[in-house]
Design a protein around this ligand. Sequence first.
Ligand code: ADP
Ligand code: MG
Length: 321
Amino acid sequence: MSDSEFDIIKKYFSFKNVRDDVNLAGGDDCAIVTVPEGKQLLVTSDTLIEGVHFPSNTSAEDIAYKAIMVNLSDLAAMGATPAWLSLAITLPDVNESWLLDFSKQLKAVISEFNLCLIGGDTTKGPLSITIQALGLSDADTIMRRDKAEPGDKIFVTGELGDAAIGLEAVLNNIENESLQPCIEKLNRPLARVKFAEELSLYSKCAIDISDGLVSDLGHIIKASHCGAAVNLSDIPLSSGALYYFEHYNENKVDWSKVLTQGDDYELCFVANKIHQKEIDALAKKHQLRVSCIGETTNTDTVALFENGQKIDFERTGFKHF
Ligand code: ADP
Ligand code: MG
């Protein structure tokens, strides 16, 4: 690695550490952390590539924010508390103002979630950001995809489809105040970390919606060997989404946009109905909309119902290949 790359790391990717479980962060071949006794270590990583995961005109701040948040969302999906990050970044050139913006936003999220950037890799090439996030959890409160049981209730947090609508607005240069929250949702998804930590007391099974509900709920039922029945009328839509469908889709909800396009980073979780009260209380505490959208069944498919009628739904989530 050249001197200038070490300068980049020192200038933009070295933050003051506030965590006392970090023994060595940066400067050596590996980082060293202490996993507290009795805790499980959960590890995830996600890559954002320019032109694939974000349009080329996305700001450095939005890229930094989302690169961390999609990883925190994976940890939230299992009920883990995020602790440490590493960052592998590929840059086409050394653009000081871009790096400064990226670094500032990285630092802000790291501080907000009490994280530590413990290391990474810096290379030259087409813009790509890979973050690995490590989190901690008690063994008995981890939410897994294979823990749903027939007859459980299926819930989602927040609203679905906003990011897909936001992307549509960005790609087509639609400038409309009412769609701004959807663009915000696309660029600044907030991982449901705090909610999920507590949710793991009442739910054994969750996933974050990155590829669209149909596909992601599909992962749950496949892993859990059950089915799902979802009522379209219970799918939560934001006022931005309703505005979009009213004005740009002949006042008809485009369910493929809402259910298959992804990038929502909301949680879909499954819980026994005896926990409904606790889940409602948790939603209230975290000021988070939580909607029951259906239940798990004895079949092996995700069935969608509209006015009590089963509807045909071909497309599943976004696939890279
Ligand atoms: P090595 O060649 O031993 O793999 P590098 O020269 O790539 O190490 O990196 C030097 C140090 O800087 C390492 O401790 C590494 O973790 C850290 N580092 C490199 N890139 C980043 C980055 N983008 N963010 C944070 N730390 C980084
Ligand atoms: Mg080395």
